[in-house]
Design a protein around this ligand. Structure first.
Ligand code: VAH
Length: 318
């Protein structure tokens, strides 16, 4: 049975990954790592072990790994793209120095390590349509630079020391559970909240700005599938393109209006997020993930929209 540590267990991905992992492997086998001062949801605190785990504090993490005999670490600590541009050194510290701490701990203690990358690991000079698994990666955001560096470091530790590092390049993730913070793709979450709340939505990126997006249940499924995959079948490790849908604001607006015909959207462009979005791919080619570990999304824009609205109506008491 695995003993798992989730770093960033209260974040957008971490909080839902915790629920999935605890139901799969047993709550007592999944330790939730949080940073001092963060609000820990009761459902996490009451269902299994939680420990303060700052990814920049190597000694603290190593102590948890020893105390709980951790053999698998999921590292979801990150400052998202737009936020990272405002705090580049903090983003670097968490996303590189923090990752190096985890790679060293994984090397010394024999842990497997998952640290997600992102479509943000590509830049203007990467092919934009059906971006290949292996292609040029020259991002110009600190988020992208840290994600490419993390991919390279994780592969280095696999090839030099045999550390079992694996990761995926996440598209924009959409969820009704934990609101996102500071991302470029977060408009695709915020728009659902506005529609269900009966409010007009102001979209920060322009029509025709296509980005790969994914519903959170598919993202969680990808993480577990990859970490359970037969290592002998993996040709790539850090990091797999995965995709499920690509849309622009007009497409998601049209899909939501099938449920709320009077819903209104207007463009209020956020220069920073528009510039970042323009540098990212419109769509990814995820053939390698499908061939090497059986990746296959289950949600598309229509089914995600229906599910998001059902759950947000309950959450917002609408
Ligand atoms: C962001 N949601 O917008 C994150 C993600 C691919 C996008 O990395 O920064």
């Amino acid at each position: 049975m695995k003993n798992i540590l989730v770093i960033g267990a209260t974040g957008q991905i971490g909080s839902e990954l915790m629920v999935s992992l605890r139901s799969l492997y047993g709550a007592e086998h999944v330790v939730g790592g949080y940073i001092a001062g963060v609000q820990i949801p009761d459902c996490l605190r009451d269902s299994g072990p939680m420990e303060e785990a700052d990814v920049t504090n190597s000694q603290q993490i190593a102590g948890i790994v020893d105390r709980y005999h951790i053999d698998t670490i999921f590292n979801l600590a990150a400052i998202l793209s737009a936020q990272a541009e405002k705090k580049p050194l903090l983003a670097w510290n968490i996303q590189i120095n923090g990752v190096l701490n985890l790679l060293e701990i994984s090397r010394e203690k024999g842990c497997s390590l998952f640290t997600p990358s992102s479509i943000g690991a590509f830049g203007d000079s990467s092919p934009k349509i059906k971006t290949p698994q292996d292609t040029i990666q020259r991002p110009r955001t600190i988020y992208g630079v840290s994600k490419v560096s993390c991919e390279l470091l994780s592969d280095y530790y696999y090839y030099k020391y045999g550390v079992d590092t694996r990761s995926v390049r996440f598209p924009g993730l959409i969820s009704y559970v934990t609101p996102p913070g500071g991302g470029t793709t977060d408009y695709a979450v915020e728009i659902y909240y506005a529609a269900v709340a009966g409010e007009k939505f102001y979209t920060p990126v322009s029509a025709g700005t296509y980005m790969d997006m994914m519903y959170m249940p598919d993202a969680l499924h990808a993480i577990v599938m990859l970490m359970e995959a037969d290592p002998d079948k993996l040709i790539h490790r850090n990091s797999f393109n995965i995709a499920s849908m690509s849309f622009d604001p007009e497409m998601i607006y049209a899909e939501i209006r099938k449920h709320y015909p009077d819903f209104e959207m207007e463009y209020r462009i956020d220069e920073l997020r528009q510039k970042i979005a323009d540098s990212w791919p419109d769509s990814l080619d995820d053939t390698c993930a499908r061939e090497e570990w059986g990746w296959k999304p289950r949600y598309d824009l229509s089914s995600m929209t229906t599910d998001m609205i059902v759950h947000l109506k309950q959450k917002l008491h609408k």
